[in-house]
Design a protein around this ligand. Structure first.
Ligand code: MN
Ligand code: MN
Length: 316
């Protein structure tokens, strides 16, 4: 096996030069030679309000050029520990949502057949349904750490069963999740009825509303989450609107009073030790954010996820 794929240094090619892959990885490694496939899912046909998450993967790749390989805070060295590369995007139809969902599922089935973990860039949150279908086919029902302003457990939206606000209802119905190993963090805002959050609780999910997170460190919460989720496969899904719009305005359905940037880092870093089998960062819609900040945040959070995957060494 050749040397691990490495991000291109800013001293070899200026950071603003070259072809944009996630973190300037080579983008040439076959999935069969990888431990982790970074994959873009440019789809926003499932969006209920402002579209634009189809540009998420490009935005994240663009802003990820500034990232360096070593995590100064946690001492994780993901690219030395694991073979990680950007494997490109899923070719999902922008015209036919159900066909797109099928294409995503097939794509992830292929990646998982090669025994890779996946780190995905959305796309709106619809994309997690076909990903979870592939994950459950491979690993059985998975635990879930879900950060979001919304529980995404609607039965239907405008009559459709597949949309960005329904994936976790479908996932429960299809037996993709281990209900008592699911936590939803950061939910808030206006709803239609109390059931918006209570349905989750009735499934055995732990629902942590944003108000419970205000003004405090989330490190103690993550101790409890690790305890609750225990052994067994876990999927991590991070909707960027879990963050307060002050940090991530470039998204389709922003809600006030969200998580802070340090809290987001505490949640992801608190996932170290879980048996993560895949992760995603969804709902980045760069066009609502002229500063590029939301994509920059998305790139950093996806990097932090790579740092807590099983097998990543922590180096002095
Ligand atoms: Mn969501
Ligand atoms: Mn959301």
């Amino acid at each position: 096996m050749p040397e691990n794929p490495q991000p291109l240094s800013g001293n070899e090619m200026p950071r603003f030069g070259g072809i944009a892959t996630f973190m300037r990885l080579p983008g040439t490694t076959a999935p069969t030679d990888l431990d982790v496939a970074v994959v873009g899912v440019p789809l926003d046909t499932g969006t209920s309000n402002r579209p634009g998450a189809r540009f998420g993967p490009r935005g994240i790749r663009d802003e990820s050029v500034l990232l360096r390989p070593y995590n100064m805070a946690t001492r994780a060295a993901p690219f030395d520990s694991l073979r990680i590369d950007d494997t490109g995007d899923v070719a999902a139809s922008p015209y036919d949502l159900l066909a797109a969902v099928e294409a995503i599922e097939e794509h992830f089935d292929g990646l998982l057949a090669d025994d890779v973990m996946t780190a995905s860039m959305g796309g709106d949150h619809t994309v997690v349904l076909p990903i979870l279908r592939a994950m459950a086919r491979k690993h059985g029902p998975v635990g879930l750490v879900h950060i979001d302003a919304h529980t995404d457990i609607n039965d239907t939206m405008f009559g459709s069963r597949v949309a960005h606000g329904t994936p976790f209802r479908r996932a429960v119905e299809e037996g993709l999740l281990a209900g008592d190993r699911v936590v939803q963090i950061g939910v808030r805002g206006t709803g239609y009825a109390a059931d918006d959050f209570d349905w989750s609780r009735q499934q055995g999910f732990r629902v942590v509303q944003a108000e419970e997170c205000w003004h405090r460190s989330l490190e103690p919460l993550m101790v409890e989450v690790r305890d609750q989720l225990g052994e067994g496969p876990v999927y991590l899904s991070f909707d960027i609107d879990g963050l307060d719009p002050a940090y991530a305005p470039g998204t389709g359905t922003p809600e006030i009073g969200g998580l802070t940037m340090p809290q987001a880092l505490e949640v992801i870093r608190g996932c170290r030790g879980l048996d993560l089998v895949g992760c995603d960062l969804v709902e980045v819609a760069p066009i609502y954010d002229t500063s590029g900040m939301t994509s920059l945040v998305g790139a950093n959070l996806l990097y932090e996820m790579l740092c807590v995957l099983p097998g990543v060494d922590v180096r002095g």
